[in-house]
Design a protein around this ligand. Sequence first.
Ligand SMILES: *[C@@H]1O[C@H](CO)[C@@H](O)[C@H](O)[C@H]1NC(C)=O
Ligand SMILES: *[C@@H]1O[C@H](CO)[C@@H](O)[C@H](O)[C@H]1NC(C)=O
Ligand SMILES: *[C@@H]1O[C@H](CO)[C@@H](O)[C@H](O)[C@H]1NC(C)=O
Ligand SMILES: *[C@@H]1O[C@H](CO)[C@@H](O)[C@H](O)[C@H]1NC(C)=O
Ligand SMILES: *[C@@H]1O[C@H](CO)[C@@H](O)[C@H](O)[C@H]1NC(C)=O
Ligand SMILES: *[C@@H]1O[C@H](CO)[C@@H](O)[C@H](O)[C@H]1NC(C)=O
Ligand SMILES: *[C@@H]1O[C@H](CO)[C@@H](O)[C@H](O)[C@H]1NC(C)=O
Ligand SMILES: [Cu+2]
Length: 754
Amino acid sequence: MRSAAVLVLGLASLGLSFCPQFASFEDTANEKQNPFNQLTTDEFNEAYNFIYDKFNLTSLEDAGTADNYVELLTLKPPKKYEALDYLNDSGDKPLRYAKAVIVHGTDSDPSIKTYTVGPLNQDSIDVHSTNTPPIPHNSRRTKAHKDAMMEKVFVYYALAPISEIIEDLLGRPWNLEEYMYLDERLNLDGDKRLRWLELAQKPDDSAFWGGFTGFHILIDFSGQKFSDWKVLKIVYGDRVWRGLQAFVDDYNDGQVANVMPQFTENELAHWTRRRPDVPVRDLEDRPAPISVSKEGLRYRLDDKENHVSWLNWDFFFAHNPETGISIHDLRFNDVRIAYEISLQEAVSHYSANTPTNANSALLDRGIGLGEKLTPLIRGYDCAEEATYLSTHNWNGTHDVVTPDTVCIFEMPLIQPISRHYGLNDASSNKATKLVVRSISTPGNYDYMIDYALFPDGTIEASASASGYLLQSHSSKGGEEFGTQVSDTTFGNVHDHVILFKFDLDILGESNTLVEKSIDVQKRKFFWQDEDEDGYESKVIKSANVEHEKGMDWSNNYDHWLLLSNLDKKTRYGYNPAYRIMPSTPVIHDTPGTQARMQRNAVFSREHVYVTKYNEEEETASSMYNMNLPNKPPVDFGTFLNDESIVQEDLVLWANVGMHHLPRASDVPSTLFLETKSGIMLSPFNYGTEELSRDLTNVSVWHAIGAGNLTAKQAVYATIDNVTDLIKTVEVYNDADSCGIEPFNQSLLGLDTSK
Ligand SMILES: *[C@@H]1O[C@H](CO)[C@@H](O)[C@H](O)[C@H]1NC(C)=O
Ligand SMILES: *[C@@H]1O[C@H](CO)[C@@H](O)[C@H](O)[C@H]1NC(C)=O
Ligand SMILES: *[C@@H]1O[C@H](CO)[C@@H](O)[C@H](O)[C@H]1NC(C)=O
Ligand SMILES: *[C@@H]1O[C@H](CO)[C@@H](O)[C@H](O)[C@H]1NC(C)=O
Ligand SMILES: *[C@@H]1O[C@H](CO)[C@@H](O)[C@H](O)[C@H]1NC(C)=O
Ligand SMILES: *[C@@H]1O[C@H](CO)[C@@H](O)[C@H](O)[C@H]1NC(C)=O
Ligand SMILES: *[C@@H]1O[C@H](CO)[C@@H](O)[C@H](O)[C@H]1NC(C)=O
Ligand SMILES: [Cu+2]
């Protein structure tokens, strides 16, 4: 993220009361460098050149199944305590290392291994193996170009002999221009490379998502050569054939009827389009309202170090190809709240009675969750005055920049953050938030990932999904698993489970997760009479979470999870804490549907987890977890090994997401509106008062004279002014004027003789 662009629109006066003038951010060089920034072009080149010779690499463009190539090159994040030494002022900037994932196709037992390369920019550079176990070659992603090409060629030639049958059944002869295919893997531990393909018509790359034909092929791609590969099954209608020959024989015997209607090309090309055929809504020809910071943006940005400060908040952000944008060293009023907040994984887990969707348990990190940040569409995806930044990825030979993949903006909530309107005073306090946004489009869905900061110390991480439903051709009995969303397709029911990591440090690294909850107890109080019944009371229970574990949010939200520092106390004797809670409904994966969600997705089974920080447990998933349900390179289950976690450095992992029951209004696009799901972290006895009280853009009124806000003095002022202005409200006995008899003190029965 090195180049920043600022939109400056100098519109000539149009005779309106104001014309939008988008200001530029305050460009400020941060005193510290960003230890989490992606490798620079020089660093990428240094690491790549070093391993290139060492491992007999072939460039990704030339590599095939029997070559060695780099499939991922990225920053290896610094060790937390080395980074803290630097960020806390005393230490040097941590040395820079690269993480390299290398496919060893030339080995007799080919596999994929993970290495650390570095230190970079120093006199000596070396490469070391890591503890990540070797990944079976059969579980590789199809990244090498000749590998992808071989796969297409195989599918092409495998189906060529039945091209006419395909034409008879699906309307068009078999070729790679007319059809695409979606594939889902069947194997659980990498000993095979089995993949179900469903043919889809392809009028264009988007409409394809609705073009599924119901023609499925199971192919065994195990091994490195064409001669190792074979077609195992064909599924069409409600029938299965084991091998091509059985299918061809049945067809020639007149046993295969055209039973599945297909979209016409024209219908298909239009299902993704807007509707130009209906009139514009009343007044919709006027531009929608926008927000503008009239006197300049209120954040400072160092666009080289990716450091932002805004209203007493400051933080670094970074991009990596595995998980996208992350936030680091997040401080409020100069005090660190979080060491890291980052996306970890996005799961879409389907159910269906068709082979591809029945096997769809997508862990999008394997499809490019962080790699496929798409350019944000200016004026639409972010606020009008947003600052856009680019990110860059190693594409196998080069450092390649994608522009406008991150945006930063401050936006009004169009509601006060606090308000009260009383007899003697009224106040309203402006609320805005600062947002860091990116949108990842690893396939059919677009995940909008927002990190938002609020002026009171609250943080929110959220994800919402739009894009095209993954559909499957209407199948007999399909209604049980989905909803018909077009003449020929179903949208199948699925879960979106999206995991975030929250490495918070509340006033230091030693913290404790405290669970407070409401317990109902019957209590009788000393001020009650003997024969009076007691009270069914809400009693606050509090307990430390002693060991690493996963938890679900309580049904009625009567539990509070507080990341607290037991070594510190506020004036009232409480341990300063941040509360973690859902800001919208969240889910975990539907229990009992775990066929392809085994050790690879243990993190998706509960709402929230707490673990002790461990350098080896930097992330909850990997690019290969999707392909290895039983033997994933990262098994989150091993993070939960019962370690004691009282006053330790803790990490919270929390899922957001939704159960997606598709319906007509998902077509053509699922709406961001109702798919938003987030986690909120907010101060809980973190101080002794609400922490946005120092904001000055407040409308405060105080009555001149008691109880009469009509006679008001309006102030836009600091707390000091306001305090000065508060008038003593006189209590007076003015009942006479209301026609009520005056109050007689002697009614109180007090003995006034003493
Ligand atoms: C990587 O980027 C370079 C430079 O833009 C380009 O020439 C090359 O084809 C790309 N390689 C791949 C595998 O896309
Ligand atoms: C290097 O890899 C190529 C295949 O990419 C292979 O043909 C060659 O034998 C390998 N060389 C060595 C020294 O291993
Ligand atoms: C970093 O600074 C914080 C706040 O002063 C302190 O609590 C923490 O122990 C320091 N950590 C390290 C590793 O120096
Ligand atoms: C505070 O908000 C009011 C109402 O929007 C606005 O008129 C005023 O200019 C603001 N003042 C400052 C200092 O931002
Ligand atoms: C409140 O103040 C207004 C303006 O000064 C005045 O007209 C009105 O009589 C006052 N009302 C009361 C109940 O004092
Ligand atoms: C608030 O205080 C400032 C600084 O003392 C002063 O300039 C300003 O006039 C005060 N505003 C009001 C409404 O009293
Ligand atoms: C108040 O009540 C007492 C006792 O009933 C009575 O003696 C006295 O006159 C009353 N005072 C007034 C002002 O009414
Ligand atoms: Cu969905």
